[in-house]
Design a protein around this ligand. Sequence first.
Ligand code: NAP
Length: 246
Amino acid sequence: MRVTGRVLVLGGTGEARRLATGLDAEGVDVLSSLAGRVADPALPPGGVRIGGFGGADGLVAWLRANPVRAVVDATHPFAAVMTASAARAAEVTGVPLLRLQRPGWRAQPGDDWRWVGSLEEAAEAVAGFARVFLTTGRSGLAAFAGLTQEVLVRSVDPPEPPLPARTTVVLERGPFSVADELALLREHRVDVVVTKDSGGHLTEAKLTAARELGVPVVLVRRPPLPPGVPTVATVEEATAWVLRHV
Ligand code: NAP
């Protein structure tokens, strides 16, 4: 099939990489955009640009200077600033925008999940636990800086201060198996896990491990999606949407 016109994928997720890979294979000229947070990012095929646009206005200016047929916002469910900028820029420029967001996690029998609305509330929810495993990512750790118990932090790149006083850092990039997660939780005698409701299979092994060990999980709810932006949950649906726009 012959396709014309460029598509911008706002990335930083496995779904964005899979979308770019599939579109590239379909002959679509795809440009993936990454924030530039990770030192050695996994790069998708096709074009790649790295770094912020300069807010919604910056993205508007970028879209005017670099016309594209469509934009897919495949950023992480918690990348709410980028998602809001994309919605605003699409509204201003009239460029079709799709939100690709994987479904959130669902509790299963045996889970002891405690939902909170923010990282700050998560920090309050772990009071009374002795050994906390933070899997919330490097940004946002400041919300937990006041914790006095043992804190295990796992992130891809080294976290920056402020960190809790008794922090152990594990530098690792997922995916992690259930066996990996069971071993880590046991080794550090974790008694509560804190995570954002990122959803997806790549990082859900920790939830399975917590269930098996009877460890409670504090989950941070997702930020709301901007109104009026069509949203799909799968890479396949996003691919079909793009192919209708090129
Ligand atoms: P955010 O708070 O929504 O975005 C902050 C700023 O980073 C945005 O205003 C934008 O800068 C820039 N930015 C974010 N995503 C971008 C992209 N794909 N391309 C170009 N610029 C981008 O986002 P975040 O939570 O810091 O996440 C940053 C990146 O990491 C995202 O791409 C996201 O998909 C990925 N990620 C985030 C998480 C998480 O838990 N938040 C987890 C895994 C991966 P300007 O305003 O200058 O345009």
